[in-house]
Design a protein around this ligand. Sequence first.
Ligand SMILES: NC(=O)C1=CN([C@@H]2O[C@H](COP(=O)(O)OP(=O)(O)OC[C@H]3O[C@@H](n4cnc5c(N)ncnc54)[C@H](O)[C@@H]3O)[C@@H](O)[C@H]2O)C=CC1
Ligand SMILES: CC(=O)C(=O)O
Ligand SMILES: [Mg+2]
Length: 564
Amino acid sequence: MSRGSGSPFRPYDTSFTNDVRKALGIRGLMPPVVESFELQKNRCLEQIAMKTTSIDKYMYLSNLRNTNTDLFYRLLIDNMREITPLVYTPVVGEACQKWSHIYTQPEGLYLSWSDRGNLRNVLENWPAEEVDIVVVTDGSRILGLGDLGVNGMGIPVGKLALYVGCAGIDPRKTLPITIDMGTNNEGNLGDPMYLGTKMHRVTEEDELEFLDEMMIALNDRWPGLVVQFEDFKNPFPSLERYKNTYTAFNDDIQGTGAVILGGVMSGFGRSGIPLAEQRLVFMGAGSAAVGVAKQIVELFIKNGMTEDEARRKFWLVDSKGLVTNDRGDHLAEHKLFFSRDDNSGQQFASLEEVVDYVKPTALMGLCTTGGVFTESIIKKMAAMNEHPLIFPLSNPVHKSECTFEQAMKWTDGKVIFASGSPFPAYTHNGVEHIPGQGNNMYVFPGIGLGAILCQSTHISQDMIYASAAGLAKSVNDEEKAKGWLYPDLRRIREVSVVVAREVIRAAQAGNLDRKKNLQRLNDAELDEFIKKAMYDPCEPSSSHIASRVPSGSSSPVSEERGRF
Ligand SMILES: NC(=O)C1=CN([C@@H]2O[C@H](COP(=O)(O)OP(=O)(O)OC[C@H]3O[C@@H](n4cnc5c(N)ncnc54)[C@H](O)[C@@H]3O)[C@@H](O)[C@H]2O)C=CC1
Ligand SMILES: CC(=O)C(=O)O
Ligand SMILES: [Mg+2]
């Protein structure tokens, strides 16, 4: 059986010792050699190198995850910088666009509109007894690629792979869900191979009713599980509805908010400009932009500003220009908090006009439109600031508002930079610079891990803020000396321990933790507890496997659901 990204079934693995093979009755069913994970990983890396396209590499890795879960995660954990871009952004974006064509296996659970009224029964079909965490999308805004319908399944699958790799969530207890509410993508509707229901999207009200049923059904089958909402075109209603009722959060609003808050906590310090003098222009005024701005507002408030003073540090620009009260259009609810009323009737249609008017210290890109941070705009940022913060955060790479190379060249190396998708290093004046990746993957795994371990009833704003503070704390002296805003991705599991610890502490402070005995642990003990709880795949020992062979069974492999 091979179902789901967290499918635990390990096939005849060449790391099985002869004793193990005997115990399982599988001698001869695989090559005779007994290999270490190390050797097997090298074979995997060789095979990945042989594939000439990113999508082939993605498909190879998906197959590995589904057929040898432990080996896949060993490979990911030990090669985080190399493998993450292949299973997450940017390649997952291309995989989603081609999902219905590269499809070989389900990868997760599909809940369709036609299943409404019956979702509890459909959940019964998922084979895992226990589920700790769900990532769910409706496919309506996949990265910056728009409505991809059920082809968006690559996103919950990829996010959960990072939950396992970055934070050691048990893969058997992860569940990727795509809800099939139809699609307004005419390309999908006209594609004979499209894997979703061929109908236009149901209304937002209908979708919310469906989500209500889903949340009840999920919590009925797996009480208290963590639910991460991901890549919904309009994620605000579900966040408002569930954040105080379930252990649920929205990664695009809150996770992104936390990761960028963590980055600016370091970045503002490096820029040398006091908080009171910071002015932030956001290109994009959607869920991610508002989520990020709101978290930074919290930072300003914690540093002595009133809420009103804090919100006035932000200028949001959407496809119609600067968001103002008197622009003449009906502003969506989520934009109102940041809408400007001090523009003296002037309207600004383009980003460059806004930059001239505001003279920002920081420029954030969350507008799904590649290249909008032009040479002219970036040069102006460098002329106005000794060290401008420029964060092109849209995904995948071709949606990035500028590249690292452009930001470095056009600011003559002065930029403080982070991007949503990874960019290659750039050598400036003979020194190699590695760009920061301001991606929610630095926090959501630790948020989920913390919430699972302390059995939090909700995921509060304080827990989200704590995750950002934990991330900022995780940048070590060596990384700071190199000017990095984020820790080395190769240390992500250490970082996730700190993030999880801070999240647990915030849950405890808010009395949201159900597992009260963690309160007795000091920080070092809590870190130890977290580390011990993390899945860390290793070669199976004879005793490990032998202990799982049911007595009287000659070949228990087909029954095997254990970690090996
Ligand atoms: N780095 C990270 O960790 C994350 C990055 N993102 C990226 O952020 C982007 C936006 O995501 P959401 O806010 O959820 O989407 P959204 O659809 O809610 O918002 C997009 C916003 O961009 C504006 N926009 C679109 N084209 C524009 C243009 N040409 N000029 C000015 N504004 C324009 C829209 O008016 C809207 O306000 C996506 O590309 C996504 O991949 C999202 C979450 C996390
Ligand atoms: C990273 C992420 O969550 C996004 O681009 O939507
Ligand atoms: Mg997302």
